[in-house]
Write a protein that binds this ligand. Sequence first.
Ligand SMILES: [Zn+2]
Length: 336
Amino acid sequence: MTTLFLHPNVHVLARDNGDIQVGIDPQFAIVLPVSARELLSMCNGQHSRAEIIARCSKGAENVEHIINTLIAHHLVVESMAFSPQYPMNDLQRMNHLREVSCTPEASQRRSTTHISIYGAGRLGTSIAMLLTSSGFPHIRIHDESLVTAHDVTAWGASRIDIGQRRDRTCSLLMERVNRGAVLRQMHPRTQVATKLAIVAVDQGADWPWFDPYLTDSLLASSTAHLMAVTSHQSARFTGVIEPGITGCIRCDYHRTVDRDSSWPKITEQLRNRACADLAPASLPIYVAAQVVGEIHKWMSGEPSQARATLTRWPNLERTSESWDPHPACGCTWQEI
Ligand SMILES: [Zn+2]
């Protein structure tokens, strides 16, 4: 059962003519007749929508319409009561509340989504921390390499973590904001409704470069995924790539080969070359926030668009290019 409650930061205010105003946001505040006061007083987390409609329909008109408007304007929150199927602690509940569009459905979807993050350098760790703080309880980190001085940052691995495994270090950081994060890594949910992979690769060159065959296993298993990488003066991230529907990283590779016949040879030389993480301190955080924004859009049901966004640092000049399927890739069925 869901109950309604007035958003904790929204005030009910009296106006000169006796009407009542809910909130002060110029875009979302609404003015209601004084007869709606009882309706608002019932939005205290104790009553369901049906109960409020039944009680208030005699005294005020359009009760259902008012409730829908209050929810659409984020003035009233419709929250799911405790469900043993999708247990949430208080911290997680607050994190869901912070996401403005977090309806009970969105909240449940976050709870049943399993996110795998490949790469726990500064970028992967920043993404993991933001997602953990956004109410995603099931996040698994994949990175057996060891923390080095390049990974040390104020919001990630610290000096004393140098020499520890990156995935374990990141998991312990997640545990600090979401109890049970480590346990859920060892014993992941068996009933997963949605799977998403994030590939946050280490820097490989002087430009944010992806190995075109890095995501072959994700394509083979039809796992939706998103990629991000930084270099020392730019970064690139994609929208959510849906295998078989959108273009993929190999499509982008084949388009580059169409323009530059030497690109396969250059790709072979770039593969597995070590490179220092010299991204400016703010850049991984900026890219992580953009990546989380892409995931929120995807989670809210926006159609996937495979595109890569290149951001130059520090002027934040952005260029976006669409990753349409390429006929040579084979990741989608081509229309004849
Ligand atoms: Zn492709």
